[in-house]
Design a protein around this ligand. Sequence first.
Ligand code: AMP
Length: 286
Amino acid sequence: MRLILLGPPGSGKGTQAQRLVQRYGIVQLSTGEMLRAAVAAETPVGLKAKDLMANGQLVPDDIVVGIISDRIDQPDAAKGFVLDGFPRTVPQAEALDELLKKKHLRLDAVVELRVNESALLQRVETRVAEMLARGEEVRVDDTPEVLTKRLAAYRSQTEPLIHYYSERRKLATVDGMMTIEQVTREVNRILSAVGALEPKLAPARKAKAAARKTARPAAKKAAKTAKKAVKTARKAAKPASRGAKTAGNKKAARKAVSAARGRGGASAQKTVRKAAKKVTKKRAKR
Ligand code: AMP
């Protein structure tokens, strides 16, 4: 499963992404998280991104596209991923299309979490309070001033993606003002509707399908053994038929059956018995 969560800061992308990770075993690819790690580690990317992030501005496209391309190649992303905070511009979306195409990967859906802007400041304030309560370091860009700039960046650079993905029939919009549970349910419903989930079979059907799967090779083997045994039966019946004695034919057939026994299952033996009988009849007629 591969999907994008689209929405302004504080719309609940991170929360929903975490739930998808837990439910489906996919990975969350958050460019914001990766960039914060790069800033903390003072890598060359981190040094370039640091001030831009602190000011609520976007980091250059080539940097984030490079990060995402490398990350998608990691083995843990093979099962699927949810992109959180990427793409954020049309050129990033185009670059993503291109790199998915090159890697022969399909994007299942883009889920937009639509929220009232007036609620966002409150949400971010709550997030800050919760992080402080957990003793975590608060993000430098989670202040009312920087949030205003991040929202402006979202409106001018990221919102055009709604049109971009809608045109490509990938977009589904969810009311992000609902409770977390309701949003999760809606996201799951969408994923199911677009066929991003493996079909869930009812337990009885599942057991049947599993049994069929294991039974298939055994049945094949039995059929093969039966075929072989029929050949043996024919061979065994031949010399007896030369004498044209029914009793001799019967004996040969019995011999063939016992030769097949132990090599095939019950059905194989039945097939052999039938074949041997046929051969005996035929020879006797001559
Ligand atoms: P986030 O954690 O998604 O809110 O991102 C925090 C900050 O990281 C953003 O305000 C940007 O400065 C930077 N950032 C994250 N993702 C991207 C992206 N896809 N393109 C450009 N900048 C990004």
